[in-house]
Design a protein around this ligand. Structure first.
Ligand code: WT7
Length: 630
C-alpha cells in the first residue's frame, strides 16, 4: 500500500491525475466497512458541501483497534512516558487498549451519552486521554478536545459553543515542575456551562479538589464496574467524528468539524507515506492531543496503521533540556516529529544536552506548525539526525485534517525550509490576489487548494456561513489556506507564513482579536492592536500596541495586569512579549487598523512603511515610531 520508491510516487501522482476518485477509492478498500459506499465524492466549493464515500457505514475505532487484534494483539499500541523521569512508562498493547476503550465506552453510555452528543475533554497528556477520545468515537459521540493550557473562560466558551453534555478532566496535570489545577479550572468553567450534565474526573496528581454530588464522578469508580464488551456504533461516512477549535480573525474560535470516513482514510494514508513507517518502528510525535497534530499523528494515523505510538506527558526542558534526547536513547525512537519552536529552544541550550545521548536509532525527523528557519533546519539535520535522517517539513492545518504538503521521508527530495511538494492526491496551487493560479515556477502568492481531499473540514460547528466566508469566498472555487507561499525554480513550495489576522506563536495558532478583547477588559485600556514580530525561539512574539485612558504611571505593573487578563481569558500561550503604549492607531478611513504598518514597526522598521496615503491620520504613524524608539 505504502509508496516505497520515487517511481511509485510518480505513478501515484499520475494515477490521481488520471482518475482522482478511483485513486481514493483504492485507498478506502483496505479498511473495515459495514457497508460499501454508494458514491466516492460529491462536492461543490461554492456552497462548501463536500461528501466522501457517501452511504458507507463504519466505525473508526474498529479500524484503529479491532482489526489489529488478529495479528498484533500483544504488540504495543501506545508507549506512554511520564513527566517525571523516575515514574514508570506504560506500554499498552492493542488488546489492552481495545479493552480499556470498550470499558470507557460503556461508562459514557451509562452516563447517557448517545451518538451525536458532544463530549468535551480537558485533560493532561495521559493515556486516559487517548482512551477517552477513542471511546467517544466508538459510541459515535463527537469529541471536542480542549488543550489543557486554555483558561476557564476559553473552556466554557468551547463547551457552550458545542453544547457538550459531558466534560472529562482530571484533578490536575503534571507539566515540568508545575501542576495545573485542571479540575479547579473546570469547576470555574462549569459555573457557566448549562449543558454539562456530568463530569468525569481522572485522578492523576492527587490534588485536593471538590467533587459535586450527582455531577462529578471519579474515572476509577466508573471504570471498576464497566463491562469490557462494547459494540461499536455504526456510523455513516459523513457522520461527525470530532470538533476541534482553532483561532480565527474574529474573537470567536471556530469549531472545525471533521467527519468519519474521509478523515480516517487520509490520516492513515498520510501517516504511512510521509513518515515511511515500517512494522515495529517506534514513532514519537511530541505534540499535545489538544491540537490537530495530536489527533491525527499521535492517535488516529498511527493506530490505524497498527503502529507503536509514543505519548509523552511532559515538556522538552524538564528535568533539563536533554529530556527529548534521553527519551530517544532510552526507548530507541525511530521516527521523531516535533515543532520548530521546540527545535530552536533546544538548540539555544547548546549541543551539550544532545551529545550526551545516543541518537543512532533515529531514521526520520519531522517538523510541523510554522515555517522552520534555515539555521534550525540545519541544526536538526546535523545534531539530531546525524546528517543521516531525512527531514519531512509537513505543512497542514487543523482544517486540512492531515499533512498536505511534505516530502515523503527518503523518497523525494528534501530542501531546507521547504515543505516541498503536495502529497499525491492533493491539488495545491498558488494564486495572485485576484485568485488567478500562478502556474510558473519562481513565484510568490497565496496558497490554495483546488480540489477536495478526504480529510478536509466539512464545516464550522453551527456556522456554515462562516466556513464558506473564511475559506471559500476569497477565491471562488478554491479553498484558501490563509498562508503565503513561494514556489522555487523547481516548483518546490515554501510556506512564508500567515497573511491574515492569525498569529502563529511557538507553533500555536492565536487570533489577534481574541487577545485584543482580553486586553480591552483592562479598565485603563481604550483600544489595542496585536501583531507578531520575529522572535528567535517562538517564531513570532506577541507585540501589543495599546491606547490607554491615562498613560500608566507604572509600566511594569500595567504590563503584568494586562498579561494576567490574557492568561485569564485566553491562556498563558497568548501572553504579550512587548508592550507599546501609544496615543493612536493607524486606521483607514473605514476604521480598519492597518496591521501591515504595525507589523513593520514591531519588526524594527522605521522608514520603509509602504503606502500610508489611505490612513485617516498619517501623523499617527510618526508618533508610534517615536514611542517605539524611546
Ligand atoms: C497553520 C495551521 C498543522 C498542525 C499544527 C498547526 C502553519 C503548519 C507548517 C509548516 C510553515 C506551517 C501555517 C498553517 N504551519 N505547518 N510545515 N511550515 N507553516 O495547525 O494550528 O491549524 O495552524 O500553521 O501557517 O496555516 P494549526
Amino acid at each position: 500500500m505504502r509508496i516505497k520508491t520515487l517511481e511509485e510516487y510518480k505513478n501515484q501522482k499520475k494515477k490521481f491525475d488520471d482518475n482522482p476518485e478511483k485513486f481514493w477509492e483504492e485507498k478506502a478498500e483496505s479498511f473495515i466497512w459495514h457497508k460499501q459506499w454508494d458514491e466516492v465524492l460529491n462536492w461543490d466549493f461554492n456552497t462548501a458541501k463536500v461528501n466522501w464515500f457517501s452511504g458507507g457505514k463504519l466505525n473508526i475505532t474498529e479500524n484503529c483497534l479491532d482489526r489489529h487484534l488478529k495479528e498484533r494483539s500483544n504488540q504495543i499500541a501506545i508507549k506512554w512516558i511520564a513527566n517525571d523521569p523516575n515514574e514508570d512508562n506504560i506500554n499498552i498493547t492493542y488488546k489492552e487498549l481495545h479493552a480499556q476503550v470498550c470499558k470507557f465506552s460503556n461508562v459514557l453510555r451509562k452516563r447517557g451519552v448517545k451518538k451525536g452528543d458532544r463530549v468535551c475533554l480537558y485533560m493532561p497528556m495521559v493515556l486516559e486521554l487517548s482512551i477517552a477520545v477513542l471511546a467517544c468515537a466508538r459510541i459515535g459521540a463527537i469529541h471536542s478536545v480542549v488543550f489543557a493550557g486554555f483558561s476557564a473562560k476559553s473552556l466554557s466558551n468551547r463547551i457552550n459553543d458545542a453544547e457538550c453534555t459531558v466534560l472529562i478532566t482530571s484533578d490536575g496535570g503534571f507539566r515540568g515542575n508545575k501542576v495545573t489545577p485542571l479540575k479547579d479550572i473546570s469547576d470555574l468553567a462549569m459555573q457557566k456551562t448549562p449543558s454539562i450534565e456530568s463530569c468525569i474526573v481522572l485522578k492523576r496528581t492527587d490534588s485536593e479538589i471538590e467533587m459535586k454530588k450527582d455531577r462529578d464522578f471519579w474515572w476509577h469508580d466508573e471504570m471498576m464496574t464497566a463491562d469490557e464488551n462494547a459494540p461499536a456504533e455504526i456510523m455513516d461516512s459523513e457522520d461527525e467524528l470530532f470538533i476541534l477549535y482553532t483561532s480565527g480573525s474574529t474573537g470567536k474560535p471556530k469549531g472545525i468539524v471533521h467527519t468519519t470516513a474521509g478523515y480516517m482514510i487520509y490520516a492513515q494514508y498520510s501517516f504511512q507515506n510521509v513518515f515511511q513507517y515500517n512494522e515495529g518502528d517506534l514513532y514519537w510525535c511530541t505534540a499535545d492531543i489538544g491540537w490537530i497534530t495530536g489527533h491525527s499523528y499521535i492517535i488516529y494515523g498511527p493506530l490505524l496503521s497498527g503502529a507503536i505510538t509514543v505519548m509523552f506527558e511532559g515538556v522538552p526542558t524538564y528535568p533539563d533540556a536533554g529530556r527529548f534526547w534521553e527519551i530517544v536513547e532510552k526507548n530507541k525512537i525511530n521516527i521523531f516529529y516535533t515543532a520548530p519552536t521546540a527545535i530552536r529552544a533546544l538548540e539555544a541550550k547548546g549541543t551539550g544536552f544532545v551529545r550526551k545521548y545516543d541518537l543512532s536509532s533515529l531514521k526520520v525527523l519531522g517538523t510541523v506548525g510554522e515555517p522552520i528557519n534555515e539555521d534550525a533546519w540545519n541544526w536538526y539535520f546535523k545534531e539530531i539526525g546525524g546528517e543521516r535522517c531525512p527531514i519531512v517539513d509537513t505543512w497542514w492545518q487543523t482544517e486540512t485534517g492531515g499533512i498536505m504538503i511534505s516530502n515523503l521521508a527518503g523518497i523525494n527530495k528534501a530542501k531546507a525550509t521547504f515543505a516541498t511538494l503536495p502529497l499525491p492526491g492533493i491539488q495545491a496551487c498558488i494564486v495572485d490576489d485576484a485568485g488567478n493560479e500562478l502556474k510558473e515556477n519562481n513565484i510568490e502568492g497565496k496558497l490554495s487548494i483546488k480540489y477536495p481531499w478526504p480529510s478536509m473540514a466539512r464545516t464550522i460547528y453551527g456556522d456554515h456561513k462562516r466556513y464558506i466566508d473564511t475559506y471559500f469566498s476569497a477565491y471562488p472555487g478554491k479553498y484558501f489556506s490563509g498562508d503565503g507561499c513561494y514556489k522555487d525554480e523547481e516548483g518546490l513550495f515554501r510556506i512564508t507564513g500567515r497573511v491574515d489576522d492569525v498569529l502563529i506563536v511557538s507553533g500555536h495558532n492565536l487570533g489577534t482579536a481574541e487577545i485584543e478583547s482580553a486586553i480591552d477588559e483592562h479598565q485603563n485600556v481604550c483600544e489595542s492592536a496585536i501583531v507578531g514580530y520575529p522572535h528567535s525561539i517562538k517564531g513570532n512574539g506577541v507585540y501589543a500596541f495599546i491606547i490607554c485612558h491615562e498613560k500608566p504611571s507604572n509600566l511594569q505593573e500595567s504590563n503584568k495586569e494586562i498579561n494576567d487578563l490574557i492568561v485569564k481569558h485566553v491562556g498563558p500561550i497568548a501572553k504579550v512579549d512587548k508592550f507599546l503604549y501609544i496615543d493612536g492607531l493607524p486606521k483607514t478611513r473605514s476604521g480598519k487598523i492597518m496591521r501591515r504598518i504595525l507589523r513593520k514597526i514591531a519588526g524594527g522598521e522605521t522608514t520603509n512603511l509602504g503606502d500610508t496615503s489611505t490612513l485617516l491620520d498619517p501623523t499617527v504613524v510618526e508618533s508610534i515610531i517615536k514611542e517605539s524608539i524611546n
